[in-house]
Ligand binder design. Structure first.
Ligand SMILES: Cc1ncc(COP(=O)(O)O)c(C=O)c1O
Length: 423
């Protein structure tokens, strides 16, 4: 489609956007009395206007019923996952039994690695992307040390080609083939946090399995952002946070996936807690653990209802908007974003678009490497009402999301960037 570089044209695109009213369902920061352009859905999604009421409802239940809120009232908390699991299953492409909502992302990564990273003297390596999110790197190294191995020999990182920030699928598959005999786990992100590059989860998973290793994914930047089919792709496990694209609040409760084919494997090791018991055994206080037949068997502690309430209403907005429609809008927004960025780059080559522009290789986020005065340009954005994100040494990341961003905002951002680059 041939686009135009003008405010009128961007507004025209907005006028055809069937999701445009969803923007009003979120609070947004205001600057000088004007709604800011919030391009940080890849960091902390905006607050749905329904969140506070949902949390208050739990508070009311607590006030009026005390602990009996778990069992009584019009919506007993014990069954609260029914408000969450079906939505999340749809978003990540899973069966409901494969989903558990618990803890936080790094914690879940550790818990799932306890199960799926079981190194032996022959098979012990973890294959991952270079410059994985630091928390993941710490998790990998500490797990390796926990098992008595040396991280330097055990963690095999796949690097971008020289002069590029992107890692090719061919390099990933070649590394898996090269280390296949000694690989225990292949663990990548779904979307790299720095570059915005989408990794080819089905091909990586297939290659890992052919090599005899498990395949796991950190979907922090993928869940709610790109189409996923974790079950069909045969992924062994995955985990994600819900505070980015899923708008469930700062420090939101996180999600995890364990493939159905593992759920009945009694030989699997996991760390156990009472909340992972089968529901009808959970309060029998028996000394033995009777795992839930679902991924909930990985959960250990009492459900945090205040966090779940925030998560629930955020997911209800996804369900009402329709994830397919959101993905379609996201695709149109990215197309327009790349168009305006390429347009200003033609006039001014002072920045490079790091994120791959091929449709299958990006989600909402676009990372820009700014060649001169990068930090000064970034620091000017916020006072001008644009919330973007900075990554050292010179990268500005923005993520226009389908639920609350507009084509007009994309145009305004590009035009301001153009002026700042020319100053
Ligand atoms: C890719 C990735 N992994 C892990 C984390 C850490 O998440 P948490 O602080 O919820 O454990 C983040 C946080 O932004 C992330 O972006």
């Amino acid at each position: 489609m041939r686009h135009q570089y003008s405010l009128e044209y961007a507004r025209e695109l907005d006028s055809h956007d069937e999701l445009r009213s969803y923007r009003e369902q979120f609070y947004a920061p205001y600057l000088h009395g004007k709604r800011a352009i919030y391009f940080l859905g890849n960091s902390l999604g905006l607050q749905p206007k329904t969140t506070q009421e949902a949390i208050l409802k739990i508070m009311d239940g607590w006030a009026n019923l005390g602990v009996e809120g778990f069992f009584l009232g019009d919506d007993p908390w014990l069954h609260y996952s029914k408000h969450i699991t079906p939505h999340i299953a749809r978003i990540v492409g899973a069966n409901e039994e494969e989903i558990v909502t618990m803890n936080h992302l790094t914690v879940n990564l550790h818990l799932l690695m306890i199960t799926f990273y079981r190194p032996t003297q022959l098979r012990f390596k973890i294959i991952c992307e270079a410059k994985a999110f630091p928390s993941d790197q710490y998790a990998f190294r500490s797990q390796v040390k926990l098992h008595g191995f040396d991280p330097a020999e055990t963690i095999i990182e796949v690097h971008p080609q020289p002069g590029s920030e992107l890692i090719t699928t061919e390099d990933i598959l070649a590394t898996i083939a090269e280390h296949g005999d000694s690989a225990a786990l292949v663990l990548f992100s779904g979307v790299n946090y720095y570059s915005g590059q989408v990794f080819d989860i089905p091909r990586i998973t297939k290659a890992a399995h052919e090599a005899g290793a498990n395949a796991g994914f950190d979907l922090a930047h993928a869940a709610g952002n790109i189409a996923l089919k974790l079950h069909d792709w045969d992924v062994d496990f995955a985990c994600w946070c819900n505070y980015k694209y899923l708008n469930s609040g700062p420090g939101a409760i996180a999600g995890a996936f364990v493939h159905a084919r593992h759920l009945e494997n009694e030989a699997l090791q996991r760390l156990e807690g009472w909340w992972g018991n089968k529901l009808n055994n959970r309060f029998k206080m028996e000394p033995s653990f009777t795992p839930s037949p679902t991924a909930e068997s990985w959960s250990m502690s009492t459900s945090p209802l205040l966090l779940l309430a925030a998560h629930r209403v955020a997911l209800e907005i996804f369900a009402a908007a329709g994830f397919d429609r959101m993905l379609a809008k996201s695709k149109r927004m990215s197309e327009y974003l790349f168009f305006v960025l390429n347009h200003i780059r033609e006039q001014n080559k002072k920045f490079t678009i790091i994120t791959p522009q091929a449709e299958a290789q990006h989600g909402c986020q676009v990372s820009l490497s700014v060649h001169h005065n990068a930090k000064a340009i970034f620091d000017t954005l916020m006072p001008l009402g644009i919330f973007a994100d900075w990554r050292e040494p010179n990268v500005i990341r923005i993520a226009p999301v389908p639920l609350y961003n507009s084509f007009e905002e994309i145009f305004i951002f590009a035009d301001i960037l153009y002026q700042l680059l020319n100053d």
